[in-house]
Design a binder for this molecule. Structure first.
Ligand code: PHE
Length: 336
């Protein structure tokens, strides 16, 4: 009986190795392992084996059965992986392969960055977890400013007694201004893209997080005309040559004067409006220069912050910011 089992194993494995299609593998399974197959048939002989011999024969039978079963599974998987092989008609279309794509917000960000790089801006970076000092104090934002409120900013229970105050999730990319000026001093010309966090009620135009591109240029003799020209050039590249940019007076603690920049185009509406807000901006406040030990008598500069989701919404006429982060493939796959 043991000899018969070993013979069956040898024959079975050899026959399995000789199969050349998924169909042949299935035929092999029926021949060897199915209820009427050779293995179960041989096992019927167990009842004639003497009591003393049964444990040894049983053990061999088990081993052979497992060996055949495992060999079968491996062979079957090989054919499943290989697929149906070449069809007779090689002009038939191939099997479609689903490819991923870059997220529409990242696509927009990449396009924006490449325009600024063409204009000579270097790329700067900062962490999403910031100190209270870099996010607020160094940017001339006083203790009682409403943006510092617990209702507006995510504070973290880290480093309670740190020199630079509490840790928080940065509310804008402007702390990268501070980081870069501390490190490089002046002159400099940088953009700093990245994610920011605010404790906003989530709706069609607000999220708990969003992306900005910060811009900062510091040199001798920088003036408002440079800022306007930079933004105008950027938006003409990004949207089209007919774009005009206008400034509305505004307030930011870290710029003076401060503006909100709008873009529009002669005779045409953008999202149903004559003008859409596109950036916060202004001339760097001398108090900011002082906090990073740059002499405001010697240097001037401008800064701006542009919302990336907003740019993607304008470009693709997307009505609701939440669509970006629902991760619905039907939405995302439209932007390849
Ligand atoms: N940090 C500002 C905001 O998030 C935008 C800004 C950047 C304004 C740089 C002026 C200068 O709203």
């Amino acid at each position: 009986m043991i000899e018969q089992l070993n013979q069956l194993e040898q024959d079975g494995l050899k026959a399995l190795a000789a199969t050349d299609s998924a169909e042949a593998v299935e035929a092999w399974r029926i021949e060897y392992l199915s209820r009427q197959g050779q293995m179960p048939k041989l096992m019927e002989g167990m009842k004639d084996v003497s009591k003393e011999d049964r444990p040894v024969v049983g053990k061999t039978a088990n081993r052979v059965k497992i060996a055949l079963q495992q060999a079968f599974e491996v062979r079957q998987a090989e054919y499943a992986l290989a697929g149906p092989g070449l069809p007779e008609d090689t002009s038939l279309p191939g099997m479609p392969v689903a490819a991923g794509s870059v997220h529409v917000v990242q696509q927009t960000l990449d396009d924006m960055i490449s325009i600024f790089r063409k204009m000579g801006f270097a790329l700067a970076e900062g962490p999403e977890i910031e100190t209270e000092w870099k996010n607020f104090d160094a940017l001339n934002t006083p203790e009682d400013h409403p943006a510092r409120n617990e209702q507006d900013t995510f504070y973290l229970n880290l480093n309670e007694e740190a020199k630079e105050g509490r840790m928080l999730l940065r509310t804008h990319t402007s702390p990268v201004q501070i980081r870069t000026m501390l490190k490089q001093k002046a002159p400099l010309k940088i953009i700093a893209p990245g994610r920011c966090y605010r404790r906003d009620e989530v709706d069609a135009t607000h999220g708990m997080f969003f992306h900005q591109i910060e811009g900062l240029v510091v040199d001798k003799g920088i003036h408002l005309g440079h800022l306007k020209g930079t933004l105008e050039y950027f938006f003409r590249e990004f949207v089209g040559p007919e774009i005009v940019v206008r400034f509305r007076p505004h307030f930011f603690p870290f710029t003076e004067p401060s503006f909100e920049a709008d873009m529009g185009r002669e005779g045409l509406k953008i999202r149903g409006k004559d003008w859409v807000e596109i950036a916060g901006c202004g001339m760097v406040d001398p108090a900011v220069f002082e906090s990073v030990e740059i002499d405001p008598e010697e240097y001037t500069g401008f800064a701006f912050g542009i919302g990336v989701e907003r740019m993607a919404m304008i470009r693709h006429e997307i009505p609701d910011l939440r669509l970006f982060y629902d991760n619905d493939i039907r939405f995302l796959s439209q932007f390849r």
